[in-house]
Design a protein around this ligand. Structure first.
Ligand code: NI
Length: 177
């Protein structure tokens, strides 16, 4: 287990399409998830996708407890999601501020589907099937975008709503995810 370096925007490894995991409950998969967990925890992130540490597999983790950085955000259960499939439940879009460990020091206002069903597997191959909304829906869409080579700035509709966290939100506790 180790904290791994997180690739930053500009690295071509962040722009690839991740491959599906074919074998579950393997030592390699558990080791990858341990490193992702350690890395996300060390950086106090809300989520992390395997491509962000240079691994082109469809593996993401996310979870938000009581985070002083998101005083208004509902908590999201700690989740390992592999080979995800996302389905918007309707067309309703919500704009919200996002950051990313691969785009440190910045925030942008990003449109996301408000209500989402997502399916996939945990590291043991157990099926996951959830219907979520709000911040949970946003986090899943952000992390799964990484598996398609999409970083959140690519989804910002009005680039005037993209900038440095400390300028946009002076006095707020800093953070990059
Ligand atoms: Ni990200």
């Amino acid at each position: 287990m180790a904290v791994r370096a997180v690739l930053r925007m500009g690295d071509p490894l962040l722009l690839g399409t991740a491959a599906a995991v074919e074998k579950f409950d393997t030592p390699e998969l558990h080791a990858l998830l341990a490193d992702m967990h350690d890395t996300m925890q060390a950086l106090d992130g809300a989520g992390l996708a395997a491509p962000q540490i240079g691994i082109g597999l469809q593996v993401v983790i996310f979870g938000v407890g009581q985070n002083p950085r998101y005083p208004d955000a509902e908590s999201v259960p700690y989740t390992t999601l592999i080979n995800p499939a996302l389905m918007a439940l309707d067309e309703e879009i919500e704009e919200g501020w996002e950051g990313c460990l691969s785009v440190p020091g910045m925030r942008g206002l990003v449109p996301r589907y408000k209500r989402l069903r997502y399916r996939g597997f945990d590291q043991y191959g157990n099926a996951i099937d959830r219907t979520v909304g709000g911040f949970h829906s946003r986090v899943v869409q952000h992390e799964c975008d990484h598996l398609l080579g999409i970083l959140y700035p690519m989804r910002i509709r009005d680039m005037r709503n993209f900038g440095y966290t400390e300028v946009l939100f002076p006095g707020e506790v800093g953070g990059d995810e």
